[in-house]
Design a protein around this ligand. Sequence first.
Ligand code: SAM
Ligand code: SF4
Ligand code: SF4
Length: 338
Amino acid sequence: MKKTMIKDQLNRPLRDLRISVIDRCNFRCQYCMPAEIFGPDFAFLPKSELLTFEEIFRVANIFVKLGVEKIRLTGGEPLLRADLPELVKMLSTIEGLKDIALTTNGVLLPKLAHRLKDAGLKRVNISLDSLNDKVFGIINGRNVKVKPVLKGIEAARKSGLGIKINMVVKKGLNDAEILSMADFCKQEGLELRFIEFMDVGHTNGWRMDDVITKKQIYDILKEKYDLEAMEPAYFGEVAKKYRYKGTDILVGFITSVSESFCKSCTRARLSANGKLYTCLFNGNGYDIRDFIRNGATDEQLQERIVNIWNNRKDRYSDERTEETAALRKKIEMSFIGG
Ligand code: SAM
Ligand code: SF4
Ligand code: SF4
């Protein structure tokens, strides 16, 4: 396939596409979809507003032509989208697409891991913020215990999927769990990624004071383990990675708050209702769904995406302060997918 490489205003290429396939979730993580706000009366998107698999496939093809090599499926909880393996199968036929990954809370993996792997999925990031049932139940807002997630990890492992574990760390909530999570993942040979609590959306009550930074986490790990810094594996790699000395087990940090990485941000995001966001912290996306439903050709769609990317200037995390977090209109994490 002939690719057209495009750059934004800060000279960043387009490399990654994150697709949110659903805005619903079976959890109510307090840093993402707090139960008080996402209650029984919350109006989620009706099915007719979600991009269909055919629409996602069509848009993804154009993104790959424009330089995208990796697609990550996310949500909400992506495994709640009916027939998700079908979508993976369709995406895996796109010539030039090197990697398809998924971020999930893991509880539906025992049902789906094998089918996803067979369909062409390569890797999963499974979110797990604590090994303590009480703490985990409070975080996920639904009293879900740790065991179902561990079963999901096991299912992913058995089906041959690559696995990383995501842990969002919030002060006073699960910062006491940092070492036990590191011990567990190291013992299991799993790469753990510590994620700084971010001010995505407006419902999670984010305060700078609640952020546990990479440095704080690193200092805790250093007391027990010898860590060797790794060079970034490619331009735009988000996680800062370390290796436990004498092993090939890695641990990473997503430092959106304490060490922003906007200058190498190559990610575009497509929300479940077909809006294109050029930054996780934007309030307004660019409509793609109605553009195609109103009859746009592939050429017109490509031109629209090129224009949007060429005009992109986003560098929110470089400029974040407590004030910007409160003032700026931003999309909710559960809608855009992290
Ligand atoms: N439901 C799936 C899951 O939890 O893995 C996928 C969607 S979730 C929005 C994607 C990732 O974003 C998860 O790893 C989650 O922990 C992370 N996340 C959600 N809210 C966050 C926040 N406020 N700060 C940092 N990471 C967050
Ligand atoms: Fe659901 Fe994932 Fe958000 Fe938790 S982080 S509420 S599992 S979308
Ligand atoms: Fe990319 Fe926006 Fe995050 Fe910066 S703040 S790294 S531009 S998504």
